[in-house]
Design a protein around this ligand. Structure first.
Ligand code: ZN
Length: 150
């Protein structure tokens, strides 16, 4: 196991144990629920939009370490960003975790989210890693319908 991969694993474990922005957000302007029946992950994402910008974001839920760490890092990455920037990050994130094994990871654009690059080697984990992002997308779209990865 390379040093980089070990570091990535440590970040994921640390965020799953101490998730950031893990709370219900009162006064959320947008929220959505997401489910990953394959693994049993469930999440609610709360967003406070200020104009076009994500002023505050939080999540609650339960699930595996990957889904929790991904939600934690998602909220940290998206806070302060515009909707378009958040959707762009989602696109890049999804491309990374569904990409080819040896595809290059744009660490500059993805920042800490690059820790999930190893997930593409475990297809069954991809839904755990993307659940929070799909749910964020649904919250921003404001459909009010729960999202399922199945
Ligand atoms: Zn999971």
């Amino acid at each position: 196991m390379s040093d980089l991969r070990e570091l990535y694993q440590q970040v994921i474990i640390e965020h799953s144990r101490n998730p950031r922005n893990f709370r219900e957000l009162e006064g959320a302007s947008h929220s959505a629920e997401g489910y990953n029946p394959l693994c049993g992950d469930q999440i609610t994402v709360y967003v406070v939009l200020d104009g076009d910008r994500v002023k505050d974001i939080a999540f609650k839920g339960m699930g595996c370490a990957i889904s929790k760490a991904s939600a934690s890092l998602m909220t940290a990455a998206v806070k302060g960003k515009t909707r378009a920037e958040a959707e762009d990050l989602f696109k890049r994130f999804r491309e990374m975790v569904t990409g080819k094994h040896d595809a290059e990871v744009d660490e500059e654009a993805l920042g800490k989210l690059a820790v999930f690059s190893g997930v593409r080697e475990f297809p069954v984990r991809v839904k755990c890693a993307t659940l929070a992002w799909h749910t964020l997308h649904a919250a921003l779209e404001g459909t009010g319908k729960p999202v399922s990865t199945e």
